[in-house]
Ligand binder design. Structure first.
Ligand code: ADP
Length: 360
């Protein structure tokens, strides 16, 4: 069973005279066969987390358990884990066949015949059966990536760890490999921890995503939960493209007062926010719509500052009529709507779509 648990895991690196807390008390429980994407901005501790699971970094505090057993002190080659790196890390002087067989010869007692069968099977799964006699330098980036994955599969591990495995591929190949990796993971049903800074990869690939910021875990949930019910403002701003709009507001009785707009709240929303007075109001660009009724309770008069046609929809930069020039927010509206720079338009921000966060 490939359950993987991180229990209060921290990593502190020495840094000159001081220290840097790269990973801060992280708890993650992965079920057998789960695909978990660890995502966050550069430097938030993703790679360090993965490297601790792989055994390439020591754990400063906490426990890592694989199938229920603590593996903190187990050597990397004995962890039953296979890692795929961004750089592929193929041996240049070996053929594809030799690259794929190498790990098995090192760490298992399999016979030559068994190794050959495993390599052939894995090469078949990855569609690289024709390339077994080639050297890495004679392969495209996409093919090298397949070999790197094949080398992980051949070991038949309990857990795959992948560190930005698609970031060296061009956009088209990256999207193809994204689909391919999902197919592969579903077929092999191996617990997979996948690190990326790319929220699109996180949203499309993960059964669940774990969002890190400054070494701290912000939320672990399905992509849709993170999108619709972000745990905090950081998650709300990180997940979703274009990003959620945020407005600092102050509550006065039953109304949120922004710099350039007033937003009345219903009893039920007021109940949710309790005594908090300083809040951030968030709204996703796709939840803002052009209003039929300019007198609606949550309808606002705005000016169009920029229009970016995106094919079937437009990304529109709007400014509340009373806001200073350049202080814009984003709405995505249907591409058939005629909107031009300088237009005055009424937009609706429905109350059921807004997100409220404590503090500004
Ligand atoms: P990410 O993968 O999210 O970009 P990392 O896990 O690589 O982030 O790094 C997290 C933090 O730990 C960063 O501040 C980084 O500078 C620091 N760090 C990583 N590795 C080391 C190291 N070997 N020595 C000192 N600091 C490190």
């Amino acid at each position: 069973m490939g359950t993987l648990e991180l229990d209060g895991v921290s990593k502190v690196f020495p840094d000159g005279d001081g220290e840097v807390v790269a990973v801060d008390d992280v708890d993650i429980e992965m079920r057998d066969g789960e695909f978990l994407v660890v995502v966050g901005p550069s430097g938030c501790g993703k790679s360090t987390t993965l490297r601790m699971v792989a055994g390439l970094e020591t754990v400063t505090d906490g426990e890592i358990r694989l199938a229920g057993s603590v593996i903190n002190d187990v050597k990397p080659q004995h962890r039953d884990i296979a890692m795929v790196f961004q750089s592929y890390a193929l041996y240049p002087h070996m053929t594809v066949q030799e690259n794929m067989a190498f790990g098995l010869e090192e760490s298992t007692d399999l016979s030559d015949d068994e190794i050959e069968t495993r390599v052939t099977d894995a090469a078949g799964t990855m569609g690289i059966g024709e390339l077994l006699d080639r050297k890495p330098s004679d392969l495209s980036g996409g093919q090298q990536q397949r070999v790197a994955l094949g080398r992980a599969i051949v070991r038949d591990p309990e857990v795959f760890l992948m560190d930005e495995p698609l970031s060296n591929l061009d956009a088209k190949l990256r999207s193809e490999m994204r689909t391919e990796l999902q197919r592969l993971q579903a077929e092999l049903d191996v617990t997979t921890m996948y690190v990326t800074h790319d929220q699109t990869e996180a949203m499309t690939m993960g059964d669940r995503i774990a969002i890190l910021n400054a070494g701290e875990l912000q939320q672990v949930a399905t992509p849709l939960e993170c999108y619709h019910e972000p745990a905090n403002r950081f998650v709300a701003g990180f997940i979703g493209e274009p990003s959620m709009n945020f407005f600092e507001v102050e509550r006065d009785a039953d109304t949120l007062l922004g710099d350039a707009f007033d937003y009345p709240l219903s009893e039920s929303t007021l109940g949710d926010i309790g005594d908090i007075t300083d809040l951030t109001l968030g709204v996703r660009p796709e939840d803002i719509s052009l209003a039929d009724d300019p007198a609606g309770e949550h309808t606002f008069s705005t000016v169009v500052e920029v229009v970016e046609p995106m094919g079937d929809e437009n990304t529109v930069y709007l400014r509340f009529e009373d806001a200073p020039e350049g202080e814009t927010f984003i709405a995505t509206v249907g591409g058939l709507q005629q909107i031009s720079v300088g237009d005055e338009v009424h937009v609706e921000i429905p109350e059921e779509t807004i997100h409220l966060f404590d503090g500004t």
